[in-house]
Unconditional design. Structure first.
Length: 290
């Protein structure tokens, strides 16, 4: 099938656990995020999560902790403000840094995210943000926000490795984000993303009822779908692809053994009118892959 005929529910993006982890003495630990929980269950989850970070920094001696606190790729999980503050305290106590990858900040749907960096008053957060999702992959300009000695070292290092970021691209990026139209663009993205997200979620509920959608994410581009145990994920992905639907197998995102078969489905691609058709194909492929 020609590519443009494909009903893609998958976008390109960061996949897999960080390459640097493979082949090192690092022991990956999967920690399920608390989908939909609030109150005491959420508070308990947050305490355990920041304790895990504390333990990991203590036992490894690592100086940096990388995280996506807002609409994490692929699950769409979002940290509570309390968890952000707690992790920041832990990182500070260890004399380490939180590398906050705020890749989906501009793709908010139901919440108004506040970066952990906003609570950082002594330079323990290195904050990353890019325009590739909210403007265009062609405008490959990202920002690093850091303070103090970390900022100086990053600047020296980047200067030495990349020499410079294209002045033309920087001017274009600055032009985009300083126009009044930038704010209205972001406001317009929100309802469009919401409509797409809800359309795909609804289509999956209807056509793939065996699967579980733990979380309808409050932002970002992806739905993270848990499939029944025993699903042959490779077969499912191949069946879908043969019928023109591209989905991303979830195993690649787990740093340790995956707790079960999952797929990441993006609602950002063109042609949302075809989401129901794509969901029907996924449902049929799932039944063939069990
Ligand atoms: C976790 C994460 N970080 C950052 C990015 C953005 O990377 P770039 O700006 O290089 O496209 C993405 C894009 O998919 C991502 O998934």
């Amino acid at each position: 099938m020609r590519r443009r005929r494909r009903r893609s529910v998958e976008a390109s993006g960061r996949r897999r656990c960080p390459a640097g982890v493979r082949g090192t003495p690092v022991r990956p630990v999967a920690r399920p995020s608390q989908a939909g929980a609030d109150g005491e269950a959420r508070a308990q989850h947050d305490r355990e999560a920041s304790r895990d970070v504390d333990r990991a920094l203590g036992s490894s001696g690592a100086r940096a902790f990388y995280a996506q606190p807002t609409y994490a790729n692929p699950t769409g999980a979002q940290w509570s403000t309390r968890l952000g503050r707690d992790v920041l305290d832990v990182v500070r106590r260890h004399g380490a840094f939180l590398v906050e990858d705020d890749w989906a900040h501009d793709l908010a749907i139901d919440t108004d995210p506040r970066p952990v960096a906003a609570y950082d008053d002594d330079g323990h957060v290195i904050y990353l943000r890019s325009l590739t999702k909210s403007v265009s992959p062609a405008l490959r300009v990202a920002a690093v926000v850091a303070r103090g000695p970390a900022r100086d070292r990053i600047q020296a290092d980047l200067g030495a490795t990349s020499m410079y970021v294209s002045g033309l691209l920087q001017a274009a990026a600055l032009d985009v984000v300083t126009q009044p139209a930038w704010r209205s663009h972001l406001r317009g993205v929100r309802p469009r993303l919401r409509a797409r997200r809800d359309l795909l979620a609804e289509a999956l509920r209807e056509h793939v009822p065996e699967a579980t959608l733990d979380r309808v994410p409050a932002g970002g581009l992806n739905l993270w779908l848990r499939l029944p145990d025993g699903t042959d994920l490779d077969l499912l992905v191949r069946e879908c692809e043969a019928r023109g639907v591209l989905v991303a197998p979830g195993g690649e995102w787990f740093p340790a053994e995956a707790p079960g078969p999952c797929v990441r489905l993006s609602y950002a691609g063109p042609d949302p009118d075809r989401f129901p058709e794509a969901a029907r194909v996924i449902g049929e492929a799932l039944r063939a892959a069990r």
